[in-house]
Ligand binder design. Structure first.
Ligand code: IYR
Length: 229
């Protein structure tokens, strides 16, 4: 037995915990309260964050639902100041072109309330950058290359888990998307079958960190959901 499961072999559902309905509601409210305290941060402290915290949050990300359980993601974790400096140079080069007009008027107008510009000091200041890649194809456990499915969906869900895990651990995050970010393949030594999706910045917020007021405006439930009952 090589330990690779290729046939359907059901096992009893592990780990499920049922709560009485009142407790469910209390837990749902509790989680909402916790996650509503997550804010996208652009001012990071350079205070170090132990690697084991990042590793544990990545393990949580790796439990995300995904296409055919191929787990088509890779997380390149950068703490080396020299590599962070290279990423900043490359990202700022793309961002300069973006803000100089490549984005187009409508997009730049949409970004105005965020107060962002081409300057990305957080790429050097934050202790950790996590470059998140999605693999169009990747080797299975027996080393044979195979196609992956629902890659953007899978990677995005895993990224959501990661952001949630980092927040739960007490860290701030920024989902940064310099566009295009193909330069990350070279710097992170990832194959061309992998596409960088997001550069996740994480660490402690700077003591004087601010967020745009615009970001505090969340749509009410009536605008984000419709029920058919
Ligand atoms: N990638 C650029 C621009 C940007 C785009 C969107 I859409 C945002 O929500 C925020 C920023 C930047 O990082 O500045």
């Amino acid at each position: 037995m090589d330990g690779i499961t290729k046939d359907f072999r059901p096992v009893p559902l592990p780990d499920y915990v049922e709560y009485p309905p009142e407790e469910m509601l209390a837990r749902a409210r509790g989680f909402y309260e916790t996650i509503a305290k997550r804010h996208t941060v652009r001012d990071f402290s350079s205070r170090p964050v132990p690697r084991e915290i990042i590793e544990t949050c990545l393990l949580a990300a790796g439990t995300a639902p995904n296409g055919a359980n191929h787990q088509p993601w890779h997380f390149a974790v950068i703490g080396d100041p020299a590599i962070k400096a290279r990423i900043r140079v490359e990202a700022e080069e793309e961002e300069k072109a973006f803000y100089a007009g490549k984005a187009g008027e409508e997009w730049l107008a949409a970004l105005k309330p965020l107060g962002t510009d081409a300057s990305k000091p957080f790429l050097e200041e934050a202790p950790w950058l996590i470059a998140i890649f999605g693999a169009r194809q990747s080797p299975s456990a027996d080393g044979v290359m195979r196609k992956n499915y629902y890659v953007p969906e899978s990677v995005s869900i895993a990224t959501g888990f990661l952001i949630t895990a980092l927040h739960q651990a007490g860290l701030a995050t920024l989902t940064h998307t310099p566009s295009p970010m193909g330069f990350l393949n070279g710097i992170c030594k990832r194959p061309s079958a992998e596409k960088p999706y997001i550069l996740l910045v994480t660490g402690y917020p700077a003591p004087n960190a601010t967020i745009p007021r615009h970001a505090t405006e969340k749509k009410p439930l009536s605008q984000i959901a419709s029920f058919f009952v």
